[in-house]
Design a binder for this molecule. Structure first.
Ligand code: OAD
Length: 245
């Protein structure tokens, strides 16, 4: 299986990796679903919706600060690094990620599209074009702080993350759609494939003739449409793929 995938990647003019929480699991960032997933202990509707933020912005900010604190303390793992290494060697390689942790960039990937936003950015609730970069320091990371961050204009800031019920940025989605439409190989890494519209991207790639490869520790809702399945942790499978290409 691995040699066939390596052949396809080697021959490709364009490769896309679509990643989810599973690729960061080995770095120590919790996933959302599954036995240890965040949505086992927290209800998304209390924390990751515009309604939740309108009801209790301080609770939502505490949750995101707690996640920032986890993410501030982790490093990219061999899976992230292998994707960056493949990008450096192949003619065209794009990472489309649902993750908001920024670990692909830290690993050295340059062509990264963050589909669901970035946990270190906040944006104005009145003027969404006003973005504030809050790197890991001070109160931006302390889950105990009740302080509500404000924009220069005085309005509340919210995490620059796509919440349930919200639409993805149109430009970002168009970039992702174009990448999957024109790729020869789509690597689908560590995602349950349950959250739309991202979960529709593999089918679009298949429709356009791409070879689909799933890299995951478990079966997912996308497994049935795969050409190849590499079962195992991304931090093991991706370095092996990188070595075989
Ligand atoms: P999920 O938590 O739904 O799925 C994680 C996937 O990673 C599962 O299929 C696991 O089997 C797999 N996995 C776990 N450890 C792995 C490892 N070491 N190597 C490879 N695979 C592994 O996460 P996502 O699919 O990313 O949305 O979730 C999609 C979206 O739902 C997230 O972006 C988030 C969430 O609600 C927002 O925050 C908007």
């Amino acid at each position: 299986m691995l040699p066939a995938v390596a052949d396809a990647v080697r021959a490709a003019r364009s490769v896309v990796a679509l990643t989810g929480a599973g690729i960061s699991a080995e770095s120590g960032v919790p996933t959302f679903r599954g036995e240890e997933g965040l949505w086992r202990s927290f209800r998304p509707e209390d924390l990751a919706t515009a309604d939740a933020f309108a009801r209790d912005p301080s609770l939502v900010w505490r949750w995101y600060r707690w996640r920032r604190q986890i993410i501030a303390g982790v490093r990219p793992n061999p899976g992230h690094v292998a994707l960056a290494r493949l990008e450096a060697r192949l003619p065209r390689f794009t990472v489309l990620t649902q993750n908001v942790d920024g670990l692909h960039g830290l690993a050295g990937s340059a062509s990264v599209v963050e589909l669901h936003g970035n946990i270190w950015r906040a944006r104005c609730t009145v003027e969404p074009g006003r973005i504030v970069d809050e790197r890991p320091s001070g109160p931006s990371c302390s889950p105990d702080s009740n302080e509500l961050p404000r924009c220069g204009c005085g309005a509340l800031l919210r995490p620059d993350i796509v919440w349930f019920g919200e639409t993805l940025d149109a430009g970002v989605l168009a970039q992702a759609a174009e990448a999957v439409r024109t790729c020869d190989v789509l690597l689908i890494v560590g995602t349950s494939g349950l959250v739309y519209p991202v979960a529709a991207l593999p089918e679009a790639a298949r429709h356009a003739g791409a070879t689909l490869v799933e890299i995951n520790v478990a079966r997912t809702s996308l497994t049935v449409i795969m050409d190849h399945v590499l079962r195992g942790p991304a931090g093991v499978v991706l370095p092996a793929l990188d070595a075989a290409v």
